[in-house]
Design a protein. Structure first.
Length: 194
């Protein structure tokens, strides 16, 4: 089994090195970054399962970095901080935190939170993919409905007959029904525009 790939980001190099070493001993594949710029560069070059981010770093904060990593790379975050400020915790949650740990923390004690965050990240990724598939299916259905309407009007057919005519055309062309419908709608729009 492939170990989970973690991106660990902390501006304190001692914390970074010791935490990474401990997480590697627990079986994680850990890549480290000592700041937001390096983390963004790494995330653009490799796929990670979870980011573990220090909140207070110079320049871009861990919370801001987490937001960018999720929006740009679909990478979700678990936050670490030496501070337990409620406003900071609330801000991290609003930005999509999968967890918040108070440091210093022994890597072995981090494992339950990491495993929970990994499971939650997988669930959120699956949900996002399902949502995208549903949107594509709805868009295809809309195009199919429009194409059926065009065929009904052009050939004076019932809805069922128009749909069957489109299916037959797709079979004859050895193409997907959605492709035939998209082409028909595009051609109709070209005629209307021209």
């Amino acid at each position: 089994m492939i170990p989970p790939r973690l991106l660990l980001v902390d501006d304190d190099r001692l914390v970074l090195a010791t935490t990474a070493a401990g997480l590697r001993l627990l079986g994680y594949d850990v890549t480290t970054a000592d700041g937001s710029e390096q983390a963004l560069l790494l995330a653009s070059r490799q796929a990670f399962d979870l980011a573990i981010l220090d909140i207070r770093m110079p320049g871009v904060s861990g919370i801001e970095l987490g937001y960018v990593l999720e929006r740009s790379h679909g990478l979700r975050s678990l936050f670490l901080s030496a501070y337990g400020d409620r406003r900071e915790v609330a801000r991290a949650i609003r930005q999509g935190a999968l967890g918040y740990l108070h440091k210093p923390m022994d890597p072995a004690h981090m494992m339950p939170a990491i495993e929970t965050a990994l499971a939650r990240a997988r669930d959120l990724t699956a949900l996002t993919e399902a949502t995208q598939q549903l949107r594509r299916a709805l868009a295809e259905r809309r195009q199919t409905s429009v194409a059926v309407g065009i065929v009904m009007a052009q050939r004076r057919l019932s809805e069922a007959q128009a749909f069957e005519a489109l299916r037959a055309e797709a079979r004859n062309q050895r193409r997907k029904l959605s492709e035939v419908c998209n082409a028909l709608v595009a051609a109709q729009q070209s005629c209307a525009d021209g």
